[in-house]
Write a protein that binds this ligand. Structure first.
Ligand SMILES: C[S@@+](CC[C@H](N)C(=O)[O-])C[C@H]1O[C@@H](n2cnc3c(N)ncnc32)[C@H](O)[C@@H]1O
Length: 242
């Protein structure tokens, strides 16, 4: 067996194990886990695109809700030398997995001390420095509107002026909830969407649909305005389908 076959087999086995781990955590607590499978490569690439767009400039990056690390794995090789990454995750079993990923990732030789995995809720993260990019994997539509307002507000506070936030939302969840959940749940879901829509009206600079994910998802990009700048109105119809 050659090296390529063995390393390819190892990657497949690892993805399989992570898929199972995710499913088990979703069965334990679907509201917090927010999905039954990790994000696809296509979704991870789009969520982390602003990191790549900065080129060789060292960045401060925050990833919130990293799960088993499917987005982290795309993010790590995109970080330029000297960058700092804070990874925040609420689930202790995912945290152990993420710490193992950081400890063993071959691209992090000499950079590991700048990568920190925090076992906490992102709304309780106490960090003294602002970020250039925030990548959020949080399942907002499972939260209360007040929680989403608190988190979005905190994200905007944590960004440098001009800094970028990306987050995703699965397509069609409102209709599924409308058809399958109680009226109170459907109302909560709609209220969360209104909170997010308000932030998008003020700060959104891009939206793309990723069809190559299960389920398909919209990726949103928001920018904290520079002082004195008028926020650009977003032409949502310009969103690119992948
Ligand atoms: C939909 S999963 C996304 C996981 C991963 N980013 C991906 O795309 O495959 C959401 C993750 O957010 C975590 N989470 C939920 N609420 C959180 C919070 N308030 N703070 C930090 N992490 C949270 C969950 O434990 C879960 O791992």
């Amino acid at each position: 067996m050659d090296n390529w076959t063995t390393s390819h087999d190892r990657v497949l086995a690892q993805r399989n194990a992570e898929g199972w781990m995710f499913l088990i955590e979703a069965a334990r607590d679907l509201r917090t886990t927010g999905a039954i499978a990790p994000s696809s490569k296509a979704l991870a690439r789009l969520l982390t695109a602003p990191v790549q767009e900065h080129g060789m400039q060292p960045l401060n990056v925050l990833e919130a809700g990293a799960g088993t690390g499917s987005v982290t794995r795309t993010l790590l090789p995109r970080l330029s030398p000297g960058s700092r990454l804070d990874i925040v995750e609420a689930n202790g079993r995912f945290v152990s997995q993420l710490r193992r990923l950081v400890r063993t990732h071959p691209r992090l030789v000499g950079e590991r001390e700048r990568i920190h995995v925090h076992h906490t809720l992102v709304e309780q993260l106490d960090i003294g420095h602002p970020y250039d990019v925030i990548v959020s994997g949080l399942p907002f539509t499972n939260f209360t509107p007040a929680q989403v307002e608190t988190i979005m507000n905190r994200y905007m506070e944590l960004l440098h002026p001009g800094g970028i936030l990306t987050y995703f939302a699965y397509c069609g969840t409102r209709y599924v909830r409308f058809l399958t959940a109680s009226r109170a749940e459907a109302r909560r879901h709609r209220a969360v969407e209104e909170v997010l829509a308000d932030y998008r009206r003020r700060y959104a600079t891009g939206c793309w649909t990723v069809w190559g994910n299960l389920p398909p998802a919209n990726v949103w990009q928001l920018r904290r305005p520079l002082p004195g700048a008028v926020p650009a109105a977003l032409d949502i119809a310009a969103g690119v389908a992948l």
